[in-house]
Design a protein around this ligand. Structure first.
Ligand code: FES
Ligand SMILES: [Fe+2]
Length: 444
């Protein structure tokens, strides 16, 4: 059901430029490209829906979106997690209008049909009188999302019944997700509800920023350096490894201390009492990487990113895990969903401090968030004029993804999987992500 075609010659031209480390600017906000992305990327890849800690009891539910499809996710009485199109099969209105809650049945606000947690139609107002006793209710249950699976408590869905399994799609990203989500007894928990806000930009730009752009930190977030929140060394966000993974995924494992210096707190400043637990739950190489890392930042392609930083001052440091869903609303609009997660096993006072740190940094009004939002908006604004949208590239509208191009080789001594380059000031993830993007939009 392809909706709009891009001239194959133009696609071949994009490929040629990408092989040179260049990206045509017109693809960023082009409406025809966006239509292709909806069909070829969002409807075929695994998309994040919720974390299992948001659905603790039978009847717990949350409502989410798979781009434009409203989704209702519930925990059944049997403890299973199910996801349905949040649209009544009678006349299509949104069935559940709340963001989250707990229910035994969902009653449609239009004509009152009711559904149980397994999605079965169990009640029809005046049913026998208006549809007759022979109405087969089994035919009118809620429509299930074709594929649903989870890894380390992260629930994903896929609209393509023939998509590869989630575990295969995540590939080596699982190794890093184990560190971020599986290091503590009981795993991680979501605190509060996901905050959300809309930014006038394109989903590829925000994804790119979290996937592989530690290079922007010293300039965009200059005020944090001036306030002493971030180190003064202009190279600090580049120390560590940028790891290119399969399927467009990537992670930056930032040590934030110059090679051989090791002056940052181990295990992201998490309480020392938790360290033996990390070493018990992780394999040796994972614990080794975790102990030396200050910030993990990266993305699970296409619309989920994460950031696990360290905030606070000496003696009062805290770490948290922030997951970001970039829900595309159009070629120039993204709804950001932001979850705060923390180790279930962490002391309560630590969790509170970390939550405050998150709100003031990467929450919707956080200092770092505001810096980024303005930049992302301005990229979109500056990418839709006659010059930047010209598909023939007559105005040299090619963007630079040349950092480390052909100059930096992977470091075989890095203990984790993937192509690990010995710096995070590098466009390796960006180049791989854009190549993956092109491959997907060119597929039949
Ligand atoms: S639309 Fe739901 S009962 Fe009619
Ligand atoms: Fe930023």
């Amino acid at each position: 059901m392809q909706r709009r075609n891009i001239d194959p010659q133009i696609l071949a031209g994009i490929k040629e430029k990408m092989a040179q480390g260049l990206l045509p600017q017109w693809i960023l906000t082009d409406p025809a490209i966006y239509e292709l992305e909806q069909e070829k990327i969002f409807a075929r890849t695994w998309q994040f829906l919720a974390h299992e800690s948001e659905l603790t009891e039978p009847g717990s539910y949350v409502t989410r979106w798979l781009v434009d499809d409203p989704i209702l996710i519930v925990r059944t009485n049997q403890g299973e997690i199910k996801a349905y199109l949040n649209s009544c099969p009678h006349r299509g209105t949104q069935l559940c209008t709340a963001d989250f809650g707990k229910k035994k049945t969902f009653i449609c606000p239009y004509h009152g049909w009711s559904f149980n947690l397994n999605g079965e139609l169990i009640g029809v107002v005046a049913g026998d009188k208006v549809y007759g006793e022979e109405m087969n209710k089994e035919e009118w249950g809620l429509r299930q999302v074709p594929r649903l699976d989870s890894y380390q408590g992260m629930i994903f869905a896929n609209l393509d019944p023939n998509a590869p399994p989630l575990a295969e799609y995540l590939g080596d990203m699982k190794w890093y997700m184990d560190i971020l989500l599986g290091r503590s007894d009981g795993g991680m928990e979501v605190r509060g509800i996901p905050q959300r806000w809309v930014v006038n930009t394109n989903w590829k730009l925000v994804l790119e920023n979290f996937s592989g752009d530690p290079y922007h930190v010293q300039t965009t977030h200059r005020s944090t350096v001036e306030l002493g929140i971030s180190p003064k060394d202009p190279l600090y966000a580049g120390y560590g490894h940028q790891v290119v993974l399969q399927n467009g995924h990537g992670i930056n494992v930032i040590t934030a201390s110059a090679p051989g210096k090791n002056d940052r707190p181990p295990y992201q400043g998490l309480p020392e009492a938790m360290w033996p637990m990390f070493e018990r739950n992780l394999i040796r190489e994972q614990a080794q990487v975790f102990s030396k890392t200050t910030v993990f930042v990266g993305s699970i392609y296409p619309t989920l990113s994460f950031n696990s930083p360290v905030h606070g001052s000496e003696g009062h440091l805290h770490n948290y895990l922030n997951f970001r869903l970039w829900r595309p609303l159009g070629p120039e609009r993204v709804e950001i969903w932001s979850w705060f997660m923390i180790d279930k096993a962490a002391p309560e006072s630590y969790k509170e401090d970390a939550y405050r740190g998150y709100i003031s940094s990467f929450g919707p009004s956080g200092t770092l968030e505001q810096d980024d939002t303005e930049i992302w908006t301005r990229v979109a604004q500056a990418s839709k004029g006659f010059m930047s949208r010209d598909k023939m590239l007559s105005y040299n509208n090619l963007l630079n993804y040349l950092m480390g191009f052909d100059r930096v080789q992977p470091d075989p001594s890095f203990p984790g999987p993937g192509l690990a380059y010995p710096t995070c000031y590098l466009d390796a993830i960006h180049r791989a992500t854009h190549e993956n993007w092109l491959k997907l939009i060119c597929e039949d």
